[in-house]
Design a protein around this ligand. Structure first.
Ligand code: SF4
Ligand code: SF4
Length: 189
């Protein structure tokens, strides 16, 4: 991922393979739909690690990049994946706007994680970072996502965590009922 920061020294993915299963890949070298394990995944992890695709070599989730997130925030443990979206995947009005962070909620993360997340969202939005909340769809389908900044700017500036929690909870409930669409690959290279 391109968060513009260094990888945390000494931190590795370990047994986590969450991105290899849950994310879509749409490159000229390889395609896979989200929510389905990559065909190269094996019990030991990536079965083609030394020759894995360019997209796999350059993707690192936020946990690999943010020192403040302890071991318990590894995505397969926390159920929360942080990463950044490329400009072209952002809604048009937010492109070229600077830093962004996507937060994808897998399953139902524990309440202590969510409480920390609300504080984190508040700090990010107040600091001018574009924050996108995402909920995955069924296997093979695009998930739902919403930019939080417009609705939560005032709450973030006031440190109103109750408002942030209420809004995110409402969005998650609505998103889980969304009419998810099957993935359509767009890379025509
Ligand atoms: S989600 Fe993060 S920690 Fe897990 S395998 Fe992917 S890059 Fe590694
Ligand atoms: S090729 Fe390897 S690193 Fe890339 S998605 Fe598949 S299992 Fe993961």
């Amino acid at each position: 991922m391109a968060l513009g920061i260094e990888l945390v020294p000494g931190r590795s993915c370990g047994e986590c393979t969450l991105c290899c299963t849950n994310l879509a890949i749409d490159t000229k070298e390889y395609r896979k739909v989200p929510g389905v394990p990559c065909a190269h995944l094996c019990a030991q992890g990536c079965g083609i690690y030394d020759t894995r695709y360019p997209v796999c070599r350059t993707y690192f989730c936020g946990w690999r990049c943010m020192d403040a997130l302890g071991e318990e925030w590894r995505p397969d443990r926390s159920g929360i994946l942080f990463d950044a979206l490329p400009d072209e995947e952002l809604p048009a009005q937010y492109r070229a706007g600077g830093r962004n962070l996507r937060i994808t909620l897998f399953g139902r993360p524990a309440s202590d994680k969510m409480e920390t997340l609300y504080r984190f969202v508040s700090t990010l939005i107040a600091g001018g970072v574009l924050v996108v909340l995402a909920v995955p769809g069924p296997p093979g389908h695009d998930g739902a996502h919403v930019v939080l900044n417009v609705s939560l700017q005032e709450a973030a500036e006031n440190g109103d965590l109750f408002r942030i929690e209420a809004f995110i909870s409402e969005v998650v409930v609505l998103a889980r009922d969304a009419p998810f669409k099957p993935v359509r690959f767009e890379n025509t290279d």
